[in-house]
Structure formats: C-alpha cells, structure tokens
Write a protein that binds this ligand. Structure first.
Ligand code: NAD
Length: 454
C-alpha cells in the first residue's frame, strides 16, 4: 500500500518504518527540514532502540523515503497518517495547530480519494475538525473529491516502540466509513496474524479511548505514589504492598511502581487535555483532577527527603548532588516533562551544585537546560558529565532519577567511600535498602520502611 506519514517524531517515524517493513511503500513528511535531511542521510534524530537499523534497512530497500514536500506526500498516498505533535496549550487543552495545518495542506493538494488517519492523540471531535479543514480547502478549489477521516490512536511506549508497534495488544480503529474500515483492516492484517487485534468503533469513542488509557495509567501511578507516602508514615514498605496487590489478577502487576511522579510527552499533557475537555463540557472529573495534583506534589518528594537528610534547606547551599539519569524513563532521550528537570531546579535554587549524567539524553538535556538555566550551566553550578563515575566525583549524595540498566548494580562500597554524606536517594526504588545500608550508606527510597530513621 502507498502510505504517507505526516510528522516524523517518535510515533510517525516508528509507524512509517514498521509499515515499510511489512512491504508497504512509505513516504514520511516533516516540516522540520533538518530532521528530513538527517533521515535522508541515514541518521536518526531520536533515540529509540532498533530504529536505526529498521529505518536503514527499509530505506535501502526503497520502501521508506523522506520529504518536506506536501505536493509529493499527498500525490504519493492512498492512506495518509497524521502523526504530528499535539502539545498542551496554555489552558491545558491539546493544541491542534499542527493537525489542522496538516489537514489544510492535504486539502489544498488532494486530486484523488484518500483515507486520512489520525494517529496523533487528539480530543473528541477532532476528526470532524480535520474533515472540515480538508473540505473547506477542497471547496475553495471547487474540487469534488471523496475522502474519509479515521481515528487510529497509537499506544506504543517510547523505549519499546518498535516491539509495541509490531506486536500491538490492540489496534483501535474509529471509523464511520465502511470502505475506510476495510482498508485499515487490510493495512493492519500483518500485525494481527494469530488473532484479530482490531477493535472497531465509532470515531469519537476511538478518540476518547486513547485519553482513557493514559488517564487510567496515570491513575495507577498517582494511586501508588500516594500510598507510598502513607506507607512511609506508617512504617510499612510500598514494595511489599506492590507485590501483595499486583498478584491479584483483577489488579495486575503493571504500572504499580511508586517513584518521582509521571512525566514524558503523553501522560501530563493527556491528563490536562482530558480535564480541559471535561470542563468545557460541564462535566467535572474529580478523580482525574486529584491525580494531577498528586503527581505535581510527588515531583517534590525526593527534594524534601534531601532537605531532611542534610538537616534543613539552609544546609544545602554548597552541597554537590550527583544525579544518575535525566530522561523521563529509560531507553529514550525524551526529556519532555521529565521529573529530573523539577529536581534540578529545586536543587539549584537551594544553592546545590548538580553533577548529572544520562547515557543517552545528555544532549537533549543540555539543549533544554541551556534555555531554562543558562547561568547555572555557564557558572558550573550545573554540569552534565560524561559518566556515572564523573557524576559522583566529589559529591555529597547520589540521586537515582532514571532507572537505566547501567545503574542497576552499582558498586555500593565505592559509593560509600566516595559520597561525602554517604546517602543514596533512590527515586525509582531500584535498590535493596538492606544491601545499601550494609555498604555503610543511608538509603532513602519512595515509600520504603523507615528510611530516614535508620
Ligand atoms: P514529536 O514531537 O516527536 O513529533 C512530531 C513531529 O511532527 C515533529 O517532527 C514535527 O516537526 C512534525 N510536524 C509538526 N507540524 C507538522 C506539519 N504541519 N506537517 C508535518 N510535520 C509536522 O511527537 P510524537 O511524540 O511522535 O507524538 C505525536 C503524536 O502522537 C502526539 O499527539 C502524541 O500525543 C501521540 N503519541 C505519542 C506517543 C509517544 O510515546 N511519543 C505515544 C502515543 C501517541
């Protein structure tokens, strides 16, 4: 099938490469000419395990190419996927500027029937707006061309995006057009080999399904974070509680990890957008609003522990804190809404020196911090260093922020010798408190038993 993908970010590039790998002829378009140049040169602008090889293989086979030309992209396609960003607007709603700009660009050029598939996460009713944007352009040109707009939200996880796309749990398709549904069925048949994974529904329900999924996952995280804070007060251990409840099949083991609060490019913005949608329609989502509040509070919990360890905020000035991990989760360079950014800001404001290391997200982190904290970087109060060892050099304490594999089994003996105040703040509950303590270190986790009284 001849497919055009509009937007070559985490979703667009992965979708394009995976569709090409199943033998489709895919043309990916982006308005960012620098990205397209890189892709044409075989360089991948984002970090996603396995993506380099997949893109290179399919580009070499002539099934995957890249352009900045809407003329070529619209001319190419039987199916056009919209995979552009939908960042939060100032009022929390999803900003549809990119989606509607792409829709208009399609309408300006369409010469034959096409199915337009919305893969970006968009509020209920957006398919209608996309349809109208295309129709308006067609009307303006006096062109009478049939087209359908389908909703096909994406559920891939950054860091495991290719596996998720290639072996999806489900493929949600919202469509009011029988021919378009048939085409989607054909397109996704190779991804549903052992059983039918396609769940068909109306367009609006498909649009809501994506928000409902992310809101549910955010709910589980905030629930566990709140419970972790209670566990600490009660001198119970949230990790034991997690295992105790996760073994119940009605609850299940996934997304029950307490930590520094959820971040990333999806949960924060999607929770906000759903809250805005509900407000706009006069429907109050009490639970969802609490989930966001809990998350905001949780981002400050580790800083409070650091303050307590050093005996008060005033004692923090001049201390050097090592950070392991900056990306919002492992296996990605995505820094959008990363909890590390909140912690760095708090530490810098308290007068700490911060030495941070991330195996992959260092360049992206530097780019972001150069605009948010340029003076801290230039004065050396904040340093993004090249290794985990460099991060702990001359440090008073270590904070594990992102649970990259290389941080799983550190030499605690070495840490005990190196860290001046002999303290580890484990923002992801990765370490066994007993082993850390045996090495002569103070251990602070999230919701672990009595961490600051040992
Ligand atoms: P991204 O920011 O990584 O990529 C978006 C791309 O779209 C950028 O390269 C940008 O240059 C391009 N773009 C913007 N306007 C354009 C236009 N008019 N024409 C062509 N290209 C344009 O975004 P992403 O993380 O891939 O997310 C895309 C959508 O998918 C969002 O709605 C997001 O919520 C959703 N989503 C993301 C994930 C994820 O894990 N990242 C998972 C599921 C769904």
């Amino acid at each position: 099938m001849k497919i055009t993908i509009i937007g070559t970010g985490y979703v667009g590039l992965v979708s394009g490469a995976c569709f090409a790998d199943f033998g489709n002829n895919v043309l990916c378009l982006d308005v960012n000419a620098r990205k397209v140049e890189m892709l044409k040169d075989g360089r991948i602008p984002i970090h996603e395990p396995g993506l380099d090889e997949l893109v290179r293989r399919n580009a070499a086979a002539g099934r995957l190419s890249f352009t900045t030309s809407y003329d070529d992209a619209v001319e190419h396609a039987e199916v056009i996927f919209l995979a552009v960003g939908t960042p939060p607007d100032e009022d929390g709603s999803a900003d549809l500027t990119h989606i509607l700009a792409a829709a208009r660009s399609i309408g300006e050029r369409l010469t034959r029937p096409v199915v337009v598939v919305d893969k970006s996460t968009v509020p209920v009713g957006t398919a209608d707006s996309v349809r109208k944007a295309i129709s308006d352009e067609l009307d303006r040109r006096g062109a009478d061309i049939s087209f359908a707009v389908v909703s096909n939200p994406e559920f891939l996880k950054e860091g495991a995006a290719i596996e998720d796309f290639m072996r999806p749990d489900r493929i949600v398709v919202g469509s009011d057009d029988e021919q378009a549904t048939k085409l989607m069925r054909q397109l996704y048949a190779p991804f549903s080999r052992n059983h039918d994974k396609m769940i068909e529904m109306d367009v609006r329900s498909a649009e809501l399904t994506k928000y409902a999924a992310n809101a549910m996952l955010a709910t589980r995280i905030s629930f566990m974070n709140e419970l972790a804070n209670l566990a600490e007060v009660l001198d119970a251990d949230i990790e034991a509680v997690r295992l105790g409840i996760g073994s119940d099949p009605r609850i299940g083991p996934h997304f029950l990890y307490s930590g520094m609060g959820y971040g990333g490019s999806c949960f924060p913005k999607d929770v906000k957008a759903l809250l805005k949608t509900s407000k706009d329609h006069g429907c109050t989502l009490h639970l969802l609003s609490a989930i966001e509040t809990v998350n905001e509070t949780q981002k400050g919990v580790l800083f409070e522990k650091i303050v307590r360890h050093f005996g008060g905020r005033d004692e923090l000035a001049g201390k050097t804190i090592a950070l392991w991990g900056l990306s919002f989760k492992p296996n990605t360079d995505d820094m959008r809404e990363a909890p590390s950014l909140v912690l760095i800001r708090q530490l810098l404001q308290a007068g700490c020196r911060v030495q941070a290391y991330d195996p992959v997200a260092h360049a992206e982190a530097r780019r972001i911090l150069e605009s948010s904290s340029p003076e801290s970087l230039s004065s050396g109060q904040l340093a993004i260093v090249a290794s985990s060892t460099e991060a702990i050099d001359n440090a008073d304490a270590l904070v594990l922020v992102t649970e990259w594999k290389e941080f799983r089994a550190p030499d605690f003996g070495l840490l005990a010798k190196t860290l001046r105040s002999k303290a580890i703040f484990d923002g992801r509950n990765q370490y066994d408190p007993a082993i850390v303590r045996e090495a002569g270190l103070r251990y602070y986790g999230i919701g672990r038993r009595n961490p600051w009284r040992d």
